[in-house]
Design a protein around this ligand. Structure first.
Ligand code: GDP
Length: 593
């Protein structure tokens, strides 16, 4: 059967000669809530059609079969395995450079520090050449390479983490000595803690007259980052990006911190890595910076990145110089990609271009199916089900509120919620609207976002939609804690199903003073009861769904009327019925206990 690129539920039902209700039910089974006028894309429609035993094609072209993809799919290794060392022979492991991310509040000097470190190391090489930002670069200290992720701001960091790619070994938190702990400093700290990577504080701008290191250290202690001099174990290095002071100390500290981590990887296998940055470039097409994490990437290697497949045409380093290969911990710019990948995507080298193509095709197919099956990651409603599966569950929350006062109030009430089976954890909190990075953080931590008297940015809403993250809006603390309480007790918003009860045929409209028209009817099957759901059918079409407001027999109000008896049915807000219409009555039965 041919289907257009887009059609409504109703149109699809008509094409399949089934009831729209059945289509809606089928979509619901796959986690998609729809209504009769909902637009469906071809992919979704095709899956529904398939469930009704109909093979759908679009515009005459055959639907791609999953067969080829399915073969290829078996060649796809899970991400955890790609980067895990467990499958590597211990003898094949070699030391690899650490990967460092630089984070902090805007204007505290992240870019300046990244630039200063890089310049001091490549100054001689460059000699007037233009330095390009490609998202990552490598420097050497004491003969040991260190890789810096050169994407200022933590957006990239969280976006990547949200995709399950944790690529950094060390985080450098930049705090300006003349400013102190600011909102994005706090945010960065929470991200770093959530990622569980070691932290080094770079106290920047110490050249400034109004630099006040003690205030910064105290401020950090107040947010749970105890630096060494304050009795903690977080190293702090004082630097000035402007005067290029302390940068060597910072590099030394990075090497010191990662020494115990004993970072290793196997360079002698097909490469796998993460895309750090990607864009379209005039004359070079799509260009991506990949951080190789396992194996060695070589010119000519067939690869797949998400649904993009191809062959490595050329590799260059951050200075634009040609490279033959890039090993673990090394960034490289890959040119000549057929499409622009997303930061955070994984590049995987496979045995042949054919395999790469098959894997990409399989992913397109899987995505299509997953779209229909997608269900929110954590919803209060699901909590009860999950509780029955696991002994103790975490209910992870990202809290955004309009003021510190409300945040404190919220946290206070939330921590008072005690349940032996559920641990309510606030993994991130902040003042202000819900932004994209909040949603990314929620995705990374399987959390839901609580927006308290704040709005959500457009991009946050898009990200939430895409990643199926639930954003719940509240204005009253009590409502939130109440919802959580109820969810924990498994009593959240009971769901109901409609159970067919009976049918009546409308014989004539009857005028009743004060009420208007009621339907003089004969119950032809089962029973009709007061308060039940009433569906009015004209022929095959349902013209209205409403409620049985009241029932009458001989001017008496009755609770129900059974088969074979006549009665007057008063339908809530509906008087447009006609003789011959059929009223079906459904009662609601609670589905969850
Ligand atoms: P970012 O937003 O964190 O990347 O901050 P930038 O690196 O763009 O720096 C913000 C401003 O602070 C710029 O005007 C820099 O010139 C200045 N700045 C950065 N580092 C230093 C420093 O060590 N000392 C002084 N005095 N100014 C600095």
């Amino acid at each position: 059967m041919q289907l257009p690129p887009s059609l409504t539920v109703r149109e699809l039902a008509e094409s399949l000669t089934v009831s729209p209700v059945d289509v809606i039910k089928d979509l619901l089974k796959n986690g998609m809530v729809s209504n009769i006028n909902q637009e469906l894309d071809f992919e979704t429609a095709a899956i529904v059609a398939d469930n009704f035993g109909v093979n759908a094609v679009q515009g005459g072209a055959a639907v791609a079969t999953a067969a080829e993809g399915a073969n290829g799919a078996s060649a796809v290794k899970p991400k955890s395995e790609l980067f895990s060392l467990e499958t590597d022979d211990p003898g094949s492991l070699r030391p690899r450079p650490p990967v460092v991310a630089v984070m902090g509040h805007v204007d505290h000097g992240k870019t300046s520090i990244l630039d200063a470190i890089r310049e001091s190391k490549v100054a001689d090489k460059e000699a007037g050449g233009i330095t390009q930002r490609v998202g990552a670069y490598q420097v050497e200290k004491n003969g040991k390479p260190i890789t810096f992720i050169d994407t200022p701001g933590h957006e990239a960091f969280t976006a990547m983490r949200a995709r399950g790619a944790s690529i950094t070994d060390v985080a450098v938190l930049v705090v300006a000595a003349d400013d102190g702990v600011m909102p994005q400093t706090r945010e960065a700290i929470q991200h770093i803690k959530a990622a569980g990577v070691p932290l080094i504080v770079a106290l920047n701008k110490i050249d400034k007259d109004n630099a006040n290191p003690d205030r910064v250290k105290q401020g950090l202690a107040d947010v749970g980052v105890q630096v060494e001099e304050y009795g903690g174990d977080i190293p702090l290095v004082a630097v000035s990006a402007k005067e290029k002071r302390g940068l060597d100390d910072l590099l030394e500290m990075i090497l010191l911190v990662i020494e115990i981590a004993d970072l290793k990887a196997n360079p002698d296998k097909p490469a796998a890595g993460t895309i750090i940055d990607a864009h379209l470039e005039r004359g070079r097409g799509a260009v991506a910076t990949v951080l190789v994490q396992a194996g060695t990437l070589r010119v000519g290697d067939p690869f797949v990145i998400d649904t993009i497949n191809g062959r490595v045409r050329a590799l260059v380093n951050e200075d634009g110089e040609k490279m033959e290969s890039a090993g673990p911990g090394q960034p490289a710019v890959v040119t000549g990609l057929p499409d622009v990948p997303n930061a955070g995507d994984v590049l995987e080298v496979v045995d042949s271009e054919r395999t790469a193509r098959a894997i990409a095709a399989a992913r397109v197919e899987t995505r299509r199916k997953a779209q229909v099956a997608a269900a929110p990651k954590q919803r209060l409603e699901d909590l009860f089900d999950q509780l029955q599966e696991a002994d103790v569950k975490d209910l992870n929350l990202v809290l955004k509120a309009d003021s510190h006062g409300s945040l404190e109030a919220l946290k206070g009430s939330i921590t008072r919620i005690q349940d032996p089976k559920v641990r309510v954890r606030v993994i991130f909190e902040g003042v202000g609207n819900v932004g994209e990075s909040d949603v990314n953080l929620a995705a990374a931590s399987e959390a839901m976002v609580i927006a308290f008297s704040v709005k959500s940015d457009e991009r946050a809403l898009e990200a939430a939609e895409k990643q199926k993250i639930e954003i719940r809006n509240y204005d009253v603390v009590y409502n939130l804690t109440d919802d959580i309480d109820r969810a924990i007790k498994g009593m959240y918003e009971p769901t109901f199903k409609q159970v067919f009860e009976g049918k009546a045929e409308i014989k004539m409209p009857i005028k009743v003073p004060k009420i208007g028209l009621i339907a003089g009817s004969l119950v032809t099957e089962g029973r009709i009861s007061r308060g039940s759901v009433a569906k009015v059918f004209r022929g095959k079409e349902m013209v209205r769904e409403t409620k049985v407001e009241s029932l009458r027999r001989f001017k008496e109000d009755v609770r129900e009327v059974i088969e074979g008896l006549e009665c007057g049915i008063h339908l809530e807000d509906y008087q447009e019925f006609a003789e011959g219409d059929v009223v079906e009555s459904y009662v609601l039965e609670q589905e969850n206990p």
